[in-house]
Write a protein that binds this ligand. Sequence first.
Ligand SMILES: [Zn+2]
Length: 359
Amino acid sequence: MNKKKKFNTAVLSLIGSGFLLAVFGYVNAQGEPPSVIETSSHIFTEMADGVYQVTGTGEVYVMSNALMLVGANDVLLVDSHVTPNAANALLRSVRAVTDKPVRYLVNSHYHFDHAHGNQVFPNTVEIIGHSYTRAKLSGEMGNVLTESTMLSFTEGVPDLVERLRAQLSDTRDPAERTRLAAQLKAQEDHMISLREIVPTPPNITLESKMTLYQDLSEGSREIQLLHLGRAHTAGDVVVYLPQEGLVFTGDMMLPSLSYMGDSFPQEWVGTLEALKAVEFDVILPGHGAPLQGKEKISQFQAYLTDLWQKTETMKAQGLSAEQTAEQIDLSNHSQNYGQIRGPGADVRAIRRIYALLDQ
Ligand SMILES: [Zn+2]
């Protein structure tokens, strides 16, 4: 069931995703709230003419946001979600918005939740990413499927499926049963599709910048792919639309604290400074709701600087990474990050900083 509707009537379906709050108040160049097209698995929010922020409804576990740019002749997508199953749902949903063929897929970075849908794209689609993203997904640097990042986020899925099954059989309330059954179905499909993944690298790579021009019915859309420095990974690419004042940042800049297990936290601060120098109004992140302006970037820079310094001090005092992860106090950032409740940080971030300090 696909329906194009005005933003206000889509309010109820968006509340659950937490998407609404930040988009509320956003108006497009015509001064109107963005229109929304919804399929059973995806929500396409038109941020500017032919520019869609793409989020999951929950029916299919997609795990990350995508971006879709529709031109006069073709479509460019950014990021392919977490599994072949999720990417197939994305490609089906694209057909609800446009009948133009997908010509390009851009990978914001190599992480599983943004790039493990790559394999379902037909070979007529060019996949573009940083050379580091290619090196990771081609297997040149080892098997990404057995890396700690992939494992730490996916090895708990079978247990989660079991827990959801148990919860469902213990639940009598019909509405709650419907919710649990849908969540169980999504996680079962996710679990099965995780086993089908064949890492598929970009076939076109860039080092620091590439510019594409997408034909529109009048004129063209400038699409800049920018690698501003090492940050969340060694190969982050942001997609910058100068005419629209939008930038898709992948996981380099999120409303929440980004995963840091493969990151370069100290360099990340400088890379974000380079992002600040780019002229845009709205950030479309790889997870969560759009961000207006640049204030959130400064808040994240402050967190990264503090995290690095405090970790370095605690390491010098002889604490193990696990002890530092338990004891480190970053509660001075809790007003900006609701996930900070008392002392502690993600042990994967602390281990990463220890490893970088040891190099
Ligand atoms: Zn990531």
